[in-house]
Ligand binder design. Structure first.
Ligand code: DAH
Length: 345
């Protein structure tokens, strides 16, 4: 005897509850069976005519519930299988496979040297101060005790901004001294790396842009001995632990007294003679005790505070270090030149 429509619906409900498709094929089979155009629930709607009148509505409700159940289950299964697929893909990923080679660049030799110098001074408490390259005449010259008629101000040497007598491209990092002294209170202990500009003819030996590192230390009781000891420490970290230095009297408007520091390079071969002009000594930097005028220009009382300052060029040191004979190579971004510094930090 055939089952009555309610029994048939119950049978489908039981079958539906037991379904658990585990792959795409089985899911598709599920869809065709319960939701497809010839699905078994739909087929049961045809049985309504065999249900006694007072239960037709109830039967319709049962079928609708079944249909809804099948739809909900289908969505759930589908979601689960999609998620599994992602997991599977992740499992298929071979974490031991060598990665595709990435082309890492190389540091610019100037950056390598700047970082080394910064690192040496950071170890004795100097902090990096970076400032603007477009400066005003005041910070670059006036504050630094450089009189109006000083030749360095000459239009020939300084790049002024178009139609300006005030704005210029800084000619040295000494302008950072004034920036820091007018905004910070002593004790001040800064190291200022950066690019500077001068209106010079470009050749193998000189360029209109180059890099400097400025140092400034201001506190109560800072002496020339402190300056000398700091520079000796730097020279030995930079050029080797037995490096000898000498300080020659010199002149800078912003320091008094002023000096230039040489390191002993040696005279072992012909190159050394050429590089040191036969003396064995190499000029590395300018330095001195901060001129009291500079302190007062920047709002620091010279009766209370003293300080020392120094400034060095980077390109020449880099040329010696890496045996580079033409300064222009630093600014041409020729990858064949730059690649030689791969791996250096
Ligand atoms: N600013 C100088 C230059 O560009 C270098 C210099 C000399 C800086 C003496 C200093 C210093 O701080 O004390 O040639």
């Amino acid at each position: 005897m055939t089952k009555n429509p309610f029994e048939q619906a119950e049978e489908i409900a039981v079958k539906l509850a037991a379904e658990l498709p585990t792959n795409a094929d089985q899911l598709e089979q599920f869809r065709i069976t319960y939701l497809g155009s010839k699905n078994i629930i739909k087929a049961l709607f045809g049985e309504i005519k065999n249900v006694e009148n007072e239960r037709k509505k109830e039967f319709g409700q049962v079928l609708n519930d079944l249909k809804l159940k099948a739809e909900t289950l289908y969505e759930g299964f589908k979601e689960q299988l999609d998620a599994n697929k992602d997991d599977q893909q992740a499992l298929n990923f071979d974490v031991t496979a060598p990665s595709k080679p990435t082309n890492v660049g190389s540091r610019h030799p100037i950056s390598i040297l700047l970082n080394r110098i910064i690192n040496i001074f950071e170890r004795i408490g100097f902090v990096v101060a970076e400032e603007r390259e477009i400066e005003t005449d005041w910070y670059n010259f006036t504050a630094m005790n450089t009189p109006d008629d000083h030749p360095a101000r000459d239009m020939q040497d300084t790049f002024y901004l178009k139609d300006s007598t005030e704005y210029l491209l800084r000619t040295h990092t000494s302008s950072v001294q004034a920036r820091i002294m007018t905004t910070q209170k002593p004790p001040i202990r800064i190291i200022a790396p950066g690019r500077v500009y001068r209106n010079e003819t470009i050749s193998a030996r000189s360029h209109c842009q180059f890099h400097q590192v400025e140092g400034l230390y201001i506190d109560k009781g800072v002496s020339f001995a402190d300056l000398k000891q700091t520079l000796l420490y730097f020279a030995r970290e930079m050029y080797g632990k037995d490096t000898q230095i000498r300080l020659r009297p010199s002149f800078f408007p912003f320091t008094e007294p002023s000096a230039e520091m040489d390191v002993y390079w040696g005279l072992k071969n012909e190159d050394d003679y050429r590089i040191t002009k036969g003396t064995g000594w190499l000029e590395i930097l300018g330095c001195g005790m901060v001129d009291p005028n500079v302190l007062s220009n920047c709002g620091i009382d010279p009766d209370v505070y003293t300080g020392f300052a120094f400034g060095m060029g980077i390109e020449r040191q880099a040329m010696l270090q890496y045996k580079i004979t033409d300064i222009r190579q630093f600014f041409e971004n020729d990858v064949r030149f730059l690649r030689q510094f791969k791996g250096a930090i």
